[in-house]
Design a binder for this molecule. Sequence first.
Ligand code: NDP
Ligand code: X2W
Length: 341
Amino acid sequence: MKVGVLGATGYAGQELVRLLHRHEEVKELYLSSSSVAGENYETVYPHWEGQNVGILQDEDIPDVDVLFCALPHGLTAERTGGFLARKMKVIDLGADFRLNSGEIYEEWYKIKHPATDLLKDAVYGLPELYREQIRGKSLIANPGCYPTATLLALVPLLRKRLLQTNYLVIDAKSGVSGAGRGASLNTHYSEINENFKAYGVASHRHTPEIEQELSRAAGIPLTVNFTPHLVPMTRGMLATIYAKVSEGISEEDLRSCWLDQYEKEEFIHLLPPGTWPQTKFSSGSNHAFLQLTLDERTGNAIVISTIDNLLKGAAGQAIQNMNLAMGWPEARGLKGTALWP
Ligand SMILES: NC(=O)C1=CN([C@@H]2O[C@H](COP(=O)(O)OP(=O)(O)OC[C@H]3O[C@@H](n4cnc5c(N)ncnc54)[C@H](OP(=O)(O)O)[C@@H]3O)[C@@H](O)[C@H]2O)C=CC1
Ligand SMILES: CC(=O)N[C@@H](CCC(=O)OP(=O)(O)O)C(=O)O
């Protein structure tokens, strides 16, 4: 099995390399970079010293069986038609194929979608919710990290009509690695350390992605209030969600709906009542943790989920998608719990 990674020098790319390097099916790995082709991978990431990962190639990647694209949005879609014509399976960790509509993409991403004709061929790659559609697919849109944390919590409940659709509030926090490796004013040390801030308020690009998938689950168009925050930690994501339950629905109904959906899932864990998700439960692993309560005074459910933004929120989920697309056991190469403490 030959695998390629475009954007291998980024944070999501590096996590892919870590997972692919130990994946038993992967025999040849091609790593590419637009800025440092010709360098050893260890030069970019010295912690890879002695592992012989190889030399970074330019973006003219050879034919591979599976190609992961871990590039900024807009750069993958323009080349995807060519990759598919060469019979490669493409898994895009960016946002280019997540939205069904080129117009909505343009509205939120502020660029014209480079390949709207391919949108209908893409599947939204959240395995626990769309497993059968992903199997054998050639073009997979790996979900965003905030959408992953949100959809895992809400989609089963909306599918079963246990929540009202007119009040969904998603208050989410991310570690700074979610913003990638590139330096920026908003993410450098003295802007982040001992600081905590909201950003993208009522305007974040993940809003239409969350709304698209929740509307699909609910069977009617809905909107959400979604507010992301940056917290002074490196990795991890925690979403606290407020939702009004449907008439007569109890906490037990919500829990048993989750149990029906997730009891056989290797990576999704329903915590025992009273134990609330912590980002460290997921850190360094592909596991997600969920908990909820029904606040009887307000009639609102409070739902909390946590994932590692770089794993279940990016590279880990992408490997799950590769395994499904190739017909291998879904957890191959993804075993292991979080680093603790
Ligand atoms: N970080 C996260 O938690 C998550 C990230 N994602 C998505 O995954 C993708 C990669 O993200 P991430 O690894 O965090 O980002 P990084 O900024 O860390 O990496 C992006 C990589 O893309 C390459 N690249 C190629 N062309 C360009 C270009 N024109 N401008 C900038 N970079 C370029 C760069 O490598 P080089 O210069 O060597 O070519 C760079 O290392 C993005 O679409 C992101 O939104 C999705 C979910 C979570
Ligand atoms: C902390 C932080 O900056 N996070 C990123 C989301 C990372 C991600 O999932 O981005 P894509 O949808 O582009 O793949 C952001 O808010 O833009």
